[in-house]
Design a protein around this ligand. Structure first.
Ligand code: MG
Length: 158
């Protein structure tokens, strides 16, 4: 049997923060604001994984009110979600994500993001897709206020 999961995340772009997406530091004069490292790609993928298994969400596991997760490496949280999904009897077939932002251009970093995500999920890199899109200047992603990420995951029962 197959199960699909969807995840979404958005964070505000501010000065004085690192821009971390999929565990990759992207050179940028602004970064994502959040309690953890604010890695919106890791967060959306985590929610997609948990959603596919009907195991709740990332915020329920690692609440931003908990000091333990301050400046947390979100890729370790993503890896923990993958372990939980597998422990519940599922195999991860593939993941696909779209990062919505106007700039910086992510094309030079996509291969590294795919490799880091594949490593965190212990998947072949061929099962991990990361894409970047602009929103053509519209809305909070278009005016540079923030970055949004959409993700889907397909699980199979082991
Ligand atoms: Mg988040």
């Amino acid at each position: 049997m197959m199960r699909v999961g969807h995840g979404f995340d958005a964070h505000r772009l501010v000065k004085g923060r690192r821009l971390v997406l999929g565990g990759v530091d992207v050179p940028c004069e602004r970064g994502l604001l959040g309690h953890s490292d604010a890695d919106a790609l890791a967060h959306a993928l985590s929610d997609a994984l948990l959603g596919a298994a009907a195991l709740g969400d990332l915020g329920g596991r690692f609440p931003d009110s908990d000091a333990r997760w301050k400046d947390a490496d979100s890729m370790t949280l993503l890896a923990a979600c993958a372990r939980e999904v597998r422990a519940a009897g599922f195999t991860i077939a593939n993941v696909d994500a779209t990062i919505v932002l106007e700039r910086p251009k992510l094309a030079p970093h996509v291969a590294a993001m795919r490799a880091r995500v594949a490593q965190a999920l212990t998947l072949d890199v061929g099962a991990v897709s990361v894409k970047a899109k602009t929103s053509e200047g519209m809305g909070y992603t278009g005016d540079g206020s923030g970055i949004a990420v959409h993700a889907v995951v397909l699980l199979e029962t082991a």
